[in-house]
Design a binder for this molecule. Structure first.
Ligand code: SAH
Length: 347
């Protein structure tokens, strides 16, 4: 059976038109699914019953199964979704005291980028997610909210490299930003990338105002290629040039993510060189203390080391935020729950 969410808007329009159905019927179905959180066509009670049956015969609505659901005390909830082919992906709902309800979604099963400290890439890339599989994560997480609550932000920071799967990500984001869809503004959507210059420029040309975050993690190419092996051919200068183009095209300040790994990239000289690199750029640095991954030898720096790193950047005039990971007890960092389920050998 075909997944409803896999259809392009054009394909759906044709399906409805071929059956002599007025356009507003398709709008109703989309509203039920994206806004009213329906889990089956049967629930779409203002559609004629024959149409509901016809849709149900032709399309599956949601295609994943919730394989695990974890909640932490800080309001973070994580889903492990099993896809139709048995592959598993993670997605997270984060709540904060500013009434933000943010979802963090995956774009690939596994990841090919091989960042040495990241759980998602440890077993390589299995496959890209489809547009429907990306969107379905948002819908599944939205269903966890109270009926009167709405999602406010989306971060594409789960498993995988989003810019290596733009062809599926962009249509999923269209449904998320569309007023007839989830109606979340592009300004509230962050795409985090390891830094693929050609894809950054493609995104810039779309002029769609997504917030871009680039995972830098090191102030020079030598150190960066140790931590982010996929970046060894690209080089920081090329990535920064693409980031500058993104800013010029969209007017949106780029964020640079920097995972702090004790003894590796957390020394004062690293902070000074990072400040040097970003001088004169309208950038924000997101410092992320390493979130420990079982079986990996890396450590989280002491709070004082993180504090000093941040202070050096601030004194050099760089905008900095420290991002503490939420939901640590539920393995909320990307790829961790999937791995722990795999290593525990659960079904
Ligand atoms: N492929 C994208 C999305 C990855 S996840 C990218 O590289 O940006 C989002 C961020 O979490 C990235 O900056 C990534 O490097 C970081 N990250 C991955 N594993 C981590 C860990 N164990 N602790 C802290 N941050 C981690």
């Amino acid at each position: 059976m075909t997944g409803f969410l896999e259809q392009t808007p054009g394909q759906l329009q044709t399906w409805f038109a071929d059956r002599g159905l007025p356009e507003y019927r398709l709008r109703q179905v989309r509203q039920w699914l994206l806004q009213r959180r329906a889990e089956s066509f049967e629930q779409m009670t203002d559609l004629p019953k024959p149409l509901r049956s016809q849709l149900a015969e032709e399309f599956s609505l949601l295609t994943s199964r919730i394989a695990a659901h974890r909640k932490s005390e800080d309001g973070t909830e994580k889903l492990l979704l099993e896809l139709a082919d048995g592959q598993r992906i993670e997605c997270v709902l984060l709540r904060d005291d500013k009434q933000h309800r943010t979802v963090c979604i995956s774009t690939q099963v596994g990841c090919a980028m091989g960042c040495v400290f990241c759980a998602s890439g440890l077993d390589g890339l299995v496959r890209n997610l489809t547009r429907g599989e990306i969107l379905e994560q948002v819908l599944r997480l939205q269903q966890l909210l109270d009926p009167e609550q709405r999602l406010s932000h989306v971060v594409v920071m789960g498993m995988g490299e989003p810019l290596a799967n733009l062809d599926a990500l962009l249509p999923a984001l269209d449904a998320i930003t569309d007023a007839d869809g989830l109606g979340i503004s592009a300004r509230r959507i962050t795409i985090s990338t390891v830094g693929l210059p050609a894809a950054i420029r493609r995104l810039a040309e779309l002029n769609c105002h997504y917030h871009l975050a680039i995972s830098l993690h090191a102030p020079d190419d030598r150190l960066r290629s140790q931590l982010v092996p996929s970046g060894s051919k690209v080089g920081i200068a090329t990535i920064l040039a693409a980031a500058d183009d993104y800013f010029t095209a969209t007017g949106r300040r780029v964020t640079f993510e920097y995972v702090l790994l004790a003894g590796l990239n957390d020394r004062p000289e690293h902070a000074r060189r990072l400040a040097e690199l970003l001088r004169g750029r309208p950038a924000l640095v997101n410092v992320i203390p390493f979130n420990p991954v079982p079986d990996l030898p890396y450590r989280t720096p002491a709070a004082a080391v993180t504090g000093q790193f941040v202070e050096i950047l601030e004194q050099a005039g760089v905008n900095v935020k420290i991002r503490y990971r939420k939901g640590e007890r539920i393995d909320a960092a990307c790829g961790q729950l999937r791995r722990s389920e795999v290593t525990q050998g659960s079904p």
